[in-house]
Design a protein around this ligand. Structure first.
Ligand code: UD1
Ligand code: MG
Length: 427
């Protein structure tokens, strides 16, 4: 396949979001909006990714993957200008260029692939994505010459009454012949009304001097723009359902999709069942045949191994839970390394934060943790060890393999024997 790169325009402020956060970083599916487009572009075969940022440049820079090339548009003079400022950064890249707008984050990989393929087989100067909208108000309209050959794009502000009736809109997703794109942009003049350099005006120049075609997106949902928080919430729902359906198709059971929230960077194994009101976030990985929920929250890139059970009102963060381990009720597990076949009793808490630092709780295989145990981390629990109900295992405690610790603060039962105290439990 010929070389293709992606240029994502993300310098706009996103005024209508009414947020301190630049639009590109508004969260969608648990990740900054611009990131979903970066993933889609990669999946569609783009070998290099360039992002134009302006508003909140430093924040965008810190949020982006390191292998993305960032271009600074210091003044926002329009989408055409945003592409122009990337010319230098793109000088060493040879190939066609996919240009995307960061406020169209629901585009599917299959659609991008189709657009790229159409461009490469058609040998045109540009190929753009259009869509049919029942209410096209506010979008640029695509005017055709004949067949799928484009004449121009007119923005709402500049459209005649007849043009406003056109229902085919410009999505803001294009594949360009790189050199011809930059040549045409040099001739684009500022729009007299908005005083901006429009990328859409480069389309008209290319259509006059060469050829531009359009591919129509069949699913209007995926080309919906996200400009305010209402549209952001709608996009979240679309993305969420897409993620859930993807998992169901690959063999994960989801009892109630309406109350299940799974970030797009989460991994789930076959025959795992997610029960209602469950949230799985931040790159967590869950194995096969697990049962998660109801009312569970798993986050902080936690790993849950096969056949584990994470039950109601359990929060797991930055932790590793071993195979067949059960944490069935009312627990907080943070910064913990829990082995296999462990049973964590109801109401167990890892007190991992001392006001300054977070500390680890390590629990060995086959340990049995009594209900209401509190681990004041750092603590270590050996293999097959036990704690009594309500035990408070204090900072620095190392329960040996097979040890039994009870009470507040928790002490070894064997120590009680040495001190001639009555044994509370027979072996
Ligand atoms: C644009 C298109 C319109 C299309 C619509 C689809 C133009 C002129 N118009 O309109 O035809 O129907 O998108 O949603 O392109 N940006 C920069 N720097 C700038 C200005 C914009 O990076 O100086 C970025 C924005 O962050 C955004 C994209 O370019 O991602 C498009 O800009 P926006 O202002 O949202 O254009 P629309 O009015 O939505
Ligand atoms: Mg827009």
């Amino acid at each position: 396949m010929p070389n293709i790169g992606a240029l994502i325009l993300a310098a706009g402020k996103g005024t209508r979001m009414r947020s301190r956060l630049p639009k590109a970083l508004q969260p969608l599916g648990g990740r900054p909006m611009v990131e979903s487009l970066i993933s889609r572009a990669r999946e569609a075969g783009c070998s290099k990714i360039f992002v134009v940022a302006g508003h909140g440049f430093e924040e965008v820079k810190n949020a982006l993957p390191k292998d993305v090339t960032l271009v600074h548009q210091t003044e926002q003079l329009g989408s055409g200008h945003a592409v122009s400022v990337a010319e230098k950064a793109l000088s060493s890249f040879s190939g066609s260029l996919l240009v995307l707008y960061c406020d169209t984050p629901l585009l599917k990989t299959s659609t991008l692939k189709e657009l790229i393929q159409d461009h490469q087989s058609g040998q045109t100067d540009a190929t753009l994505l259009s869509a049919e909208f029942t209410n096209p108000f506010g979008y640029g309209r695509v005017v055709f010459k004949r067949g799928s050959f484009v004449e121009k794009i007119v923005e709402e502000n500049d459209a005649t009454d007849a043009e406003k009736k056109i229902s085919l809109i410009n999505v803001g997703c294009y594949v360009f012949h790189k050199k011809k794109l930059f040549d045409s942009l040099k001739r684009v003049k500022r729009n007299p009304k908005k005083k901006e350099y429009y990328l859409t005006d480069a389309i008209e120049i290319l259509a006059q001097e060469g050829s531009v075609t359009a591919v129509q997106a069949m699913d209007p949902q995926e080309v919906q723009g996200v400009n305010n928080r209402i549209e952001l919430a709608k996009a979240e729902e679309v993305l969420r359902n897409r993620v859930l359906e993807g998992w169901m198709e690959s063999g994960v059971g989801i009892r109630d999709p309406k109350t299940t929230f799974i970030d797009s960077n989460v991994q789930l194994g076959q025959d795992t069942v997610i029960l209602p009101h469950t949230v799985i976030e931040e790159g967590s990985v869950i194995g096969e045949r697990c049962v998660i929920g109801p009312f569970a929250r798993i986050r902080g890139a936690s790993r849950i191994e096969d056949k584990a059970v994470i039950g109601n009102f359990v929060e797991i963060v930055r932790s590793h839970v071993g195979r067949q381990t059960q944490i069935k009720h009312l627990s907080y597990i943070g910064d913990a390394e829990i082995g296999e076949n462990v049973n964590i009793g109801a109401g167990t808490i890892t007190a991992n934060f001392d006001g300054k630092d977070k500390h680890k709780t390590v629990i060995g295989n086959k340990a049995q943790i009594g209900s209401g145990t509190i681990f004041v981390a750092p603590v270590t629990v050996g293999q097959g060890a036990k704690t009594g109900a309500g035990a408070v295992v204090t900072k620095g405690t190392k329960i040996p393999d097979g040890g039994i610790y009870v009470g507040v603060p928790a002490k070894s039962l064997d120590q009680d024997i040495k001190n001639n105290k009555p044994r509370t439990k027979k072996k």
